[in-house]
Ligand binder design. Structure first.
Ligand SMILES: Nc1ncnc2c1ncn2[C@@H]1O[C@H](COP(=O)(O)OP(=O)(O)O)[C@@H](O)[C@H]1O
Ligand SMILES: [Mg+2]
Length: 145
């Protein structure tokens, strides 16, 4: 998706980054582990059938899964740039497939003590804590009419 969306704009589109990067105090997955870690996450997602079967299940169950994968992929940060945008689009597509509107992140953009809630939730993802992301996604999921 990253490649298809951005290849006309950037040479790095769809390619694993080849430099280690960090934001604030967070250092994302090291380059030498990117491919194997990414494969591990997407193997798991494949075993979860790409979350295609959440139409009948509860919003809470769906939000838990989305938050888990969102956090894993935030910590992976596979591309040099545009990770945030493509990740949210990716999960929006899964949400719409299951009968939801695009996830509404509006409330998570409110800034408190310097960072917004989405960034604070992303920082927690770095240590495997996905509860803040779960709350954001649960709050942002609405069934499509
Ligand atoms: N300090 C941080 N710790 C962990 N993750 C962060 C931090 N700051 C930002 N992020 C994550 O990185 C994403 C931004 O990555 P980036 O590649 O710049 O994407 P984009 O350009 O689309 O915003 C944010 O959406 C957030 O999930
Ligand atoms: Mg950016």
């Amino acid at each position: 998706m990253h490649g298809k969306t951005f290849s006309k704009l950037y040479d790095f589109a769809g390619k694993y980054r080849n430099v280690n990067i960090s934001k604030g105090y967070s250092t994302f997955c090291q380059v030498r582990f990117l491919e194997q870690t990414s494969n591990g996450i997407f193997d798991k997602l494949r075993n979860d059938e790409y979350l295609k079967n959440y139409f009948e299940k509860s919003k809470e169950e769906f939000a838990e899964k989305l938050a888990y994968y969102m956090c894993e992929l935030i910590a992976l940060h596979p591309f040099l740039e545009l990770n945030g945008r493509i990740l949210r689009l990716f999960f929006d597509m899964i949400a719409t497939y299951n009968g939801y509107e695009y996830i509404d992140y509006k409330d998570s953009l409110i800034i408190e003590d310097g960072d917004n809630k989405y960034i604070k939730a992303s920082i927690d993802c770095m240590t495997g804590k996905d509860n803040k992301m779960y709350q954001i996604i649960l709050n942002g999921l609405k069934k499509a009419k």
